[in-house]
Design a protein. Structure first.
Length: 170
């Protein structure tokens, strides 16, 4: 969904990565989990923190801070995993994304959302739907389907555990 398609009031889940506030459409959020044990998979990129067992399903977990070239997410009392459903090549994929904390679900009206900033051709910002304004706070609204590049998505897919690991986690 591009910025021009935001024409009605939508609900967004807001969360923090460092000092910044991000949001994603609540329709993409399956649930928010307390931080849990993450099983690391060898030979995966640093942003791929591992997998978790979610009611018998193995779900890859990524560190959004690393994806956005921030420092690694450190476990605190507020650290959580936002489980989202992404569309990749028309196929639904469920992943967990580490967040420093989840704030709240908010309604944002189209007049409170501006287009994402144009930063130049070498910096990728296509994953930002827009910039929401709420009181004096700016909120980066993510297009969760575009947060990862095609190469990164391939790495996440290739990190899917083998049958032995899946059985050990379940």
């Amino acid at each position: 969904m591009s910025f021009t398609e935001i024409t009605d009031t939508r609900q967004y889940l807001t969360f923090r990565l460092g000092e910044e506030v991000f949001a994603t459409d609540v329709a993409k959020v399956r649930e928010v989990l307390d931080f849990t044990t993450i099983t690391k998979i060898p030979r995966t990129p640093e942003f791929m923190r591992g997998v978790i067992n979610l009611r018998g399903n193995v779900v890859p977990v990524v560190d959004l801070r690393l994806c956005f070239e921030m420092s690694k997410t450190e476990k605190t009392v507020n650290t959580c995993i936002v489980v989202v459903e992404m569309l990749v090549d028309g196929e639904s994929n469920v992943i967990g994304a580490l967040a420093d904390s989840v704030e709240e679900v908010i309604d944002l009206e189209p007049e409170h959302i501006q287009p994402p900033p144009r930063i130049g051709t070498k910096i990728r910002t296509d994953f930002i739907k827009g910039m929401g304004k709420r009181e004096s706070q700016l909120i980066m609204i993510l297009d969760i389907d575009r947060v990862f590049s095609a190469d990164e998505l391939q790495m996440i897919r290739s990190a899917e555990p083998n049958k032995q690991l899946t059985e050990a986690l379940v």
